[in-house]
Design a protein around this ligand. Sequence first.
Ligand code: ZN
Ligand code: ZN
Length: 500
Amino acid sequence: MFRGWSRGAALASWCALTGCSEPDLPSSEVWTPPAIALREDGWRCGELHAHSDHSHDGEDTVAALVGLAASLGTIPVTTLLPEYVDNGLDFLALTDHRTIDGLSDPGWTSDRLLLIGGQESGDPSRIGHGLAWGIDRLIVDDPDLDGVTAADVAATIADVHDLGGAFGVAHPTLGDYPWGWETLGADSIEVWNGGWSDQSPTMTSADIEGLLARGGESSEALLHAVGLQGAGGSMQALAMYEALLSQGVHLAITGGSDRHQLRAPGFPAMYVRAESDGIAGIVAGIRARHTFVSRTPTSTQLLLEVRVGGVEYGLGDRVPVPPGGVEVEVSLRVGRGLGGRALLIAGEDVEPAGDMLERAELDEPVNAYDERFTVSLWAEPGQWVYPMVWDPLFAPGLTEEESARVRALAEATVGSRLGEESLLLWLARDLGGDGALDSARCGPGGWSPGQLLCLPKDTRGVTVLVPDIYDRALNVITSEERITEWAMGAIGSAVMFVEA
Ligand SMILES: [Zn+2]
Ligand SMILES: [Zn+2]
């Protein structure tokens, strides 16, 4: 299904209402890539990790944050970027550091988004951050004030579950704030925090020493992750996920912007198949591991189907197989991934300091907007498989100038030589002036395709939408400290084969 859309006409009517000046946009019909109709099957897209000014390091009010999250699927964003029609966010979780004050803020209300009460726990010791979702009272992770211990964290997770919520490990391989425990009953792990490459420096053995000095523990899975060097912190988090799966610890994959300022919520975009309406449905979806993460709300979608003996399973499921194994059919469906690379990664046992990732059972080019890849696997209890799609780093149709800018931006992310703010300033300057980062001049009248779009909902500083062609660079996949021709596109929770 191709959608025809006249953005010039829609913007003219929006400007008539708001008095903005009309930018010089092409008024021709444009179309957006056809998508898999995920909402019909209960899938919801949103943000699970965002901070307001109730966090010591968050910039925006709760109202501004909610407005920013709601703005993606509405005019004027949809006017300039029609691919956001029907592709805005459905939910937003507020996860301020060690406080739930934001949940009683008058700005915590929306007629468009499902708002999920949450909290980010952990801090002064920097041994591990955790995300609680679906809670309405404060979670105290060091009630005895003797420093956070593994027992405290396990009790915290049990508390969250008692409140009907879900608990996820946050940014497990972020050098200054790694996850310094076993997973202790957590439901999920945040493999994708911010851009795949721009906020995720490689964790080193010195970071492990720092963690131990602060009283944390270096789990086998974390050591495995740190053994992977040269591919950035997010790939380490994925390696950690593989190590956990190999230990039989079956978690949901989550992603979140960890937004404090500057970049819009929803990058990456979190997909959860809700088990029912409301917060409880999202929480149950996370706990059932029915999740995948995509680079943006308008980019690649993926679904997994595993058929065993006439029964069908999906992303994150536990699939019973006989003790001696059985042949299973695994089918990966990729939406909006044209030009990308579809991968199915399988394994059962990873050694400490192993290779980049476990074996690829499937590695095929994506040649259609909605394509299905099917392989037969011999599956034994303890084995697991998860899907991934890599997008081309260079979007089709770039000018030479744009290609050079994408390459330079991607290279600047290697080893996180530039922080998030510097990257965006650099990008804004390179795109012809700093207007996009000037809140006083922010408005759709100043927008143009291919440039950073400032979102007017922000009232302090500025929040920008990064055009897709450059967002890829912030998510570049690196290997041996060099950029590849690929960007992380989407990644889904593993299916685990268990003894029937
Ligand atoms: Zn954190
Ligand atoms: Zn955070």
